[in-house]
Design a protein around this ligand. Structure first.
Ligand code: GLY
Length: 312
C-alpha cells in the first residue's frame, strides 16, 4: 500500500478524509495525523475530544494527547492540560525533544504558551450541562466506564515514503478525579509506532488498557510474525482473559493498528466498534468491528445501522 490511515470511532470520519487528501497527494504522515486530529479537537459535536468534551468531577476539562514518530520512535505527550486549543499540536512539537517530551498540567501549559500555541476556554454550554446533569446522579467514581463506550480519537497512518506515525487526543473518563491520567498519553499503552513493524492505538477504559500495555502488545505480536488482525485480536483477547475474575469485569477496550505495509487490524470487547479507514485502494469509509466472544467480524454498516448509531 502506498498510503493508509485508520481512526477510532465514527467521529474520525472527516478527520480521516483530511488525512487522506494529504496522503494521496504525497504529503507526510505527521501532517496527516496532526490535521486530522486538530479537526476533531475543534469540533464541538464530539463529546470526548477537545472543545466541549467531558469534564472531570470538578467541572473542569483536563485534556491528554500524544504523538509518536515511527521512524525514530520519538514521542511527545501532554496530560491534564487546561484550555490548550489543540493538545495534539503541542504533543507533536514535543516529539522533537530528546528530553522533557512528556509534560503534565502547568508545565505543559507553560511550554504551550512559550511556543505560542492558542489557548481558549474549552468548556462550552453543552459540556457544562452534561456535568450539571451527571453531578446530581449517584454515580460510583471507582467504576467509571468510557462515555457511551467511546473516548479517545486515535489515528495511525502510513505515507508514501513508508513513514508511520500515531496520534491520540482525549478528555479522558467523564467525571474522573482531577489529575487522573488514562492510557492515551502513555507510550506503549495508548499508542505505539515503529515504522519497521507498524503502529497501534487504544481507546476505552484507560486503567484497564494500561494494565496490559495494549498498544505495544500489538506491535510485539506483529514483530513475532502475526498478521495485523491476529495481533490485535490476540493482544486484546489475552489481556481481557487475564483481567477477568469472579470479582472483576474489565471495562471496554478497543484497538486499531496498521502494519508497515498499510494493512489494518482492529479488535474490541464491546459488542460493536466503528472505525474509519482509507488507503490507495479505497476512499475514506466507515467499518464496524463486531465482537463474537472475542473473535472479530468486520462489516460495512448499512443505512439502518448508521441511523441507529447515536454516538460519536
Ligand atoms: N482511554 C482514555 C482514558 O481512559 O482516559
Amino acid at each position: 500500500m502506498k498510503y493508509s490511515m485508520i481512526g477510532t470511532w465514527k467521529m474520525a470520519f472527516n478527520g480521516v478524509i483530511i488525512g487522506e487528501n494529504i496522503l494521496k497527494n504525497g504529503g507526510n504522515v505527521k501532517d496527516a495525523i496532526e490535521n486530522a486530529i486538530t479537526y476533531i479537537e475543534d469540533n464541538p459535536n464530539f463529546n470526548s475530544v477537545g472543545y466541549g468534551s467531558l469534564p472531570n468531577i470538578e467541572g473542569e476539562l483536563e485534556l491528554d494527547a500524544a504523538f509518536m514518530d515511527g521512524n525514530d520512535l520519538s514521542f511527545g505527550a501532554i496530560c491534564s492540560v487546561k484550555n490548550i486549543k489543540n493538545p495534539i499540536k503541542v504533543a507533536h512539537l514535543l516529539s522533537n525533544s530528546k528530553r522533557n517530551c512528556y509534560l503534565s498540567s502547568r508545565g505543559a501549559e507553560k511550554f504551550a504558551r512559550l511556543n505560542k500555541f492558542e489557548f481558549k476556554n474549552m468548556l462550552n454550554d453543552i459540556a457544562i450541562d452534561r456535568w450539571n446533569n451527571e453531578i446530581q446522579k449517584n454515580f460510583d467514581p471507582d467504576n467509571l466506564e468510557a462515555y457511551d463506550g467511546h473516548d479517545t480519537v486515535c489515528m495511525v497512518a502510513l505515507d508514501s515514503n513508508k513513514n508511520m506515525g500515531v496520534g491520540v487526543s482525549t478528555s479522558g473518563l467523564f467525571m474522573k478525579q482531577s489529575g487522573r491520567v488514562g492510557d492515551s498519553p502513555v507510550i506503549g499503552s495508548g499508542f505505539y509506532c515503529d515504522s519497521k513493524i507498524g503502529g497501534a492505538a487504544a481507546t476505552g477504559v484507560g486503567e484497564d488498557i494500561m494494565k496490559g500495555c495494549l498498544s505495544i502488545s500489538i506491535i510485539n505480536n506483529m514483530k513475532m510474525g502475526q498478521d495485523v488482525q491476529s495481533a490485535c485480536e490476540n493482544a486484546l483477547k489475552d489481556h481481557v482473559n487475564r483481567l477477568k475474575n469472579p470479582n472483576y469485569s474489565p471495562g471496554t477496550m478497543s484497538v486499531i493498528a496498521l502494519d508497515k505495509n498499510g494493512n489494518f487490524g482492529v479488535a474490541t470487547n464491546r459488542d460493536e466498534f466503528p472505525f474509519i479507514v482509507t488507503c490507495e485502494n479505497f476512499s475514506t469509509k466507515i467499518l464496524v468491528c463486531r465482537n463474537n466472544n472475542l473473535s472479530m467480524e468486520i462489516f460495512e454498516p448499512d443505512e439502518e445501522w448508521l441511523n441507529n448509531y447515536d454516538y460519536d
